[in-house]
Design a protein around this ligand. Structure first.
Ligand SMILES: Cc1ncc(COP(=O)(O)O)c(C=O)c1O
Length: 427
């Protein structure tokens, strides 16, 4: 038996596989698991109630339930749902779109896989690349290319503040120079809010990227899995969703209550939405119907957006503030920084004096039951070896959506172990 290149590449040890494995791996007996790794969102009861109500209405409405489960949707998505989404964004943001601009996938992870391989990979005999304009970026992209080395990237700039926080920003000159000097870039892509850092690329930065993409006749892909208008896990100002014919927006229902149901929503030009539909037909026949069925009414009436704004965002805001308190308490007296929590469900902790790489520190913490994600995985697109960013092996990504106890105890252990594995002279 021999795997193809594709089979080998996609089944090999990937960061995302480790992440998914770690979530389910048993710890040594007697060690309490403190899960700060993974990307699981929290349960928000008001959102759950709304979905429960939608399911109950589906079940009690004649044979509508049987009708939903007995048919495939179209490869582009459930027709009524495509229209609901297009109408909502047209009415709310004035975007000039119809249902032909929308495509539904089995989660936004699949959407990004389709898009990366639509614009990255060999075309007319040349390997086309996906440019990530701000590293670090989402671990889940790094192994998604069917062909090797489809990602290239530019390190983010970083500004430090007096309150031990920092913020990444776009190195506009470097991105612009890269594009001028390389004509093999097939698309620019980024997440906003960004997983892992919680950064929200500003409206100005998005406009710069959009102009650069247009100048080079390539699309800009914006992964809006945590953004507006839903799930709205976004605390920064100036973060309006932006769309034009040259921008592809990818959204998800995962962080607003439905991670297990797998629903991704893409808004793009008609040509790209139709190409996604074609890919989805080949890879999956169709996407699952249940997410669109549960969310249709909620999007049409504006309830999903209200829930996002009034329930989901405040829920995560509180969790984020608690995480900040725990960081400050547990790391007080050490040299630490964390990225301003502007969105997403993660905090990105920078430990400058760590004597070992976070890939090793992660194992030290794991033995104590603390599951984190080491930062190295979030730097890619520079061939192999050390990524040229001062944060490369000094950051941990922590999910703050778990219970307060997990955050408190997890941070206490991180603080203790950091002191042990640090060359800093502590106060
Ligand atoms: C930035 C980002 N994009 C996409 C995804 C994939 O989400 P899903 O496939 O559940 O929609 C995630 C999941 O955590 C994410 O963090």
């Amino acid at each position: 038996m021999e795997f193809s290149d594709f089979g080998r590449k996609l089944s090999s040890h990937s960061g995302i596989l480790q992440l998914m494995d770690d979530i389910s791996r048993p710890l040594p007996p007697g060690v309490e698991p403190l899960a700060l790794g993974g990307g699981n969102p929290a349960r928000v009861s008001a959102v759950e109630k709304a979905y429960r109500r939608e399911i109950e209405s589906l079940l009690s409405d004649g044979d509508r339930f049987e009708d939903v489960i007995a048919h495939y949707d179209s490869p582009q998505g459930r027709v009524g749902f495509l229209k609901t989404v297009a109408d909502y964004f047209h009415a709310t943001y004035g975007w000039d779109i119809t249902e032909e601009n929308v495509a539904v996938t089995n989660g936004s992870q699949s959407a990004m896989f389709y898009l990366f391989n639509m614009f990255g990979g060999t075309a007319s005999g040349r390997l086309r690349k996906i440019l990530i304009p701000l590293m670090p970026e989402y671990i889940g992209y790094r192994d998604q290319g069917i062909e090797e080395d489809i990602f290239v990237s530019v390190p983010s700039k970083c500004t430090y503040f007096d309150d031990r926080t920092f913020k990444y920003s776009l190195d506009t000159d470097a991105v612009s120079k890269y594009l001028d000097e390389h004509d093999d870039v097939g698309a620019i892509a980024l997440s906003r809010p960004t997983n892992p850092s919680g950064n929200v690329v500003t409206d100005d930065e998005i406009h710069i990227l959009s102009e650069l993409a247009e100048k080079h006749s390539i699309p800009l892909i914006v992964d809006n899995a945590y953004g507006l208008p839903f799930p709205d896990i976004i605390f920064a100002e100036n973060a309006e969703p932006v769309w034009n014919e040259n921008i592809i927006i990818s959204m998800s229902l995962s962080k607003i209550g439905l991670p297990s149901i797998r629903t991704g929503i893409v808004i793009a030009s008609k040509e790209i939405a139709s190409a996604l539909s074609g890919m989805n037909a080949i890879a999956a026949l169709a996407s699952g119907s249940m997410g669109p069925v549960l969310a249709d009414n909620l999007i049409r009436t504006g309830e999903l957006v209200r829930l996002a704004r009034e329930e989901v965002r405040p829920f995560y805001k509180k969790k984020a503030e608690h995480m900040e308190e725990c960081i400050r308490r547990s790391l007080d007296g050490t040299d630490y920084y964390y990225h301003r929590i502007e969105g997403s469900i993660f905090v990105w902790l920078y430990l400058p004096s760590l004597e070992i790489p976070t890939l090793e520190f992660y194992s030290v913490l794991m033995k104590e039951g603390v599951i984190t994600v080491p930062g190295e995985y979030f730097f890619f697109g520079n061939g192999s070896g050390r990524y040229p960013h001062e944060h490369y092996d000094k950051c941990l990504r922590l999910n703050y959506s778990g219970s307060d106890h997990v955050t408190e105890k997890g941070l206490e252990i991180i603080g203790r172990k950091y002191r042990e594995y640090s060359h800093y002279v502590f106060a």
